[in-house]
Design a protein around this ligand. Structure first.
Ligand SMILES: Cc1cc2nc3c(=O)[nH]c(=O)nc-3n(C[C@H](O)[C@H](O)[C@H](O)COP(=O)(O)OP(=O)(O)OC[C@H]3O[C@@H](n4cnc5c(N)ncnc54)[C@H](O)[C@@H]3O)c2cc1C
Length: 439
């Protein structure tokens, strides 16, 4: 008899993991706490319920989201197949009828004899059983405590204050200068100066912009530790100049003077092809962020790889506690999937469900699991979250900034990246040895 695996959480990642394991002949105990215990955002007892937007983002294969979907399609993703069958018109985006989507996935999972759905909250982890933990951003408190215990006190984070990230090639370097505070020769920060009028216009636009309404469970205590820029601006016209936009210790080499205000950009990765706007977490809608942040002169043409956000999120400090195969460094039989692993977003979490299942399958068969290479979309995500050279960890969605940058002329980059991805993914699929994992 094949060994049974526990999958905790029947969200997007959990259903993918359970589906793949069951189709490979493994018995699965799939634990889902709803409706016995609800999360603050889910409202139904359906598996794979989408808690917010019904959009799974774009499908254009020339974009990073499109590439991820193409790879998921080649991996026979149940979530993607269900989305395509329940899609609603939304231009280039893949949006779904959320009820039909969740109902289809629930029916598919419940129809599989090897999947035993158990409706209860899991509060502790049985370390003797091969287990995939896929309890997502709203992992229940008791289980979060159990995860913190086995990963160490600092292994788990609860809130996500995400600063926007811009593509380095879209920055106007004539309107920016490198230098750290009191260290003008340091190249750690790229400073985007604003004069008095530019700063006033920026604050005015910020205060007039629309924000995303917080969920009731995302209480205000959080904001005291990590204020969104629009809340800071509302406290007074000079607050940002004394906060993340303070110009102290900086001198603009073009004027020889301290700028009126500054937005500091920090490299997001070693290649330096993506920069984040330090301290610029925000609850502005994405459209408003684009409008307002482009008022910063050096960012007038900025391409945003990720927008700022703030929301309740539970995720592990992946680079510190996960192996490249998504298992805990301390326990090879415990694998983390979905948003809990440090990725951000529906499709990203889905991908980590499939990878977690492959990882556990390899463990059961006594084989190593080699993740897809970082040149692929799934591999780039896995590499990002398990990169031990990373500093303070923040969750990430799929974007070209996390792919290794090809060493070619700027105009050839995108095309090279796409060609390389297609080759690398099909090579990896060829080496996956699916049949061996099924035996
Ligand atoms: C408020 C909010 C808004 C979001 N909006 C978006 C958005 O618009 N677009 C987007 O792409 N992403 C969004 N996300 C992120 C998105 O929810 C996740 O990317 C995705 O759902 C993660 O999938 P998952 O399978 O990891 O977790 P989930 O889909 O959340 O599934 C986890 C499952 O585990 C169950 N569970 C939790 N604890 C236990 C336990 N102890 N025992 C048993 N079961 C348990 C939960 O009930 C849930 O069914 C949002 C997240 C939040 C919190």
């Amino acid at each position: 008899m094949p060994e049974a695996v526990h999958v905790i959480g029947a969200g997007l990642a959990g259903v993918e993991a359970a589906n793949l394991l069951s189709r490979c002949g493994v018995e699965v105990h799939l634990f889902e706490m709803r409706p016995v215990r609800m999360t603050p955002a889910h409202t139904t007892d359906q598996l794979a319920e989408l808690v917010c937007s019904n959009s799974l983002k774009g499908t254009d294969p020339l974009t990073a989201h499109g590439l991820l979907k193409r790879e998921l399609s080649q991996l026979n993703s149940l979530v993607l197949q269900s989305a395509l069958l329940t899609r609603v018109p939304a231009g280039k985006a893949l949006a779904v009828d959320r009820e039909a989507f969740a109902a289809r996935i629930t029916a598919e999972i419940c129809a599989q004899a090897r999947i035993h759905l158990v409706r209860r909250e899991v509060t502790r982890i049985d370390l003797s059983v091969p287990t995939i933990i896929a309890t997502g951003p709203l992992t229940s408190d008791a289980l979060a405590g159990a995860i913190a215990e086995i990963t160490g006190q600092k292994g788990l984070s609860f809130y996500d204050a995400i600063a926007p990230i811009v593509d380095s090639q879209s920055i106007d370097y004539d309107k920016a200068f490198f230098g750290s505070r009191w260290a003008p020769d340091d190249t750690d920060y790229l400073n985007c100066p604003l004069d008095r009028d530019e700063y006033s216009a920026f604050v005015k636009a910020l205060l007039a912009a629309d924000t995303v309404t917080p969920h009731a469970f995302e209480d205000a205590r959080f904001f005291e530790g990590c204020l969104p820029i629009e809340i800071m601006a509302a406290r007074g016209p000079e607050s940002l100049r004394f906060g993340p936009m303070r110009p102290v210790g900086l001198c603009d080499p073009r004027t020889g003077r301290r700028p009126h205000a500054v937005v500091q950009l920090r490299r997001e990765n070693l290649k330096g092809d993506a920069f984040n706007l330090v301290g610029f977490q925000s609850r502005l809608t994405q459209g408003e962020q684009l409008k307002v942040l482009r008022l910063i002169p050096a960012l007038a043409q900025a391409r945003f790889l990720r927008y700022g956000s703030i929301h309740r999120n539970t995720f592990i400090d992946a680079p510190r506690v996960l192996s490249p195969d998504l298992s805990l460094t301390s326990h090879r039989n415990i694998v983390i999937a979905g948003q809990l692993s440090g990725v951000e977003g529906y499709m990203e979490s889905t991908a980590m469900g499939i990878m977690a299942a492959y990882s556990i399958l390899a463990y059961l068969r006594g084989r190593p699991f080699l993740p897809p290479p970082p040149e692929t979309a799934v591999g780039a995500l896995m590499h990002y979250i398990t990169d031990t050279t990373a500093g303070a960890f923040q969750p990430m969605n799929i974007n070209f900034g996390i792919f290794p940058s090809p060493d070619v002329a700027k105009k050839l980059k995108r095309q090279t990246l796409l060609q390389r991805e297609a080759l690398a993914f099909s090579d990896w699929l060829g080496t996956l040895n699916y049949r061996a994992l099924m035996e």
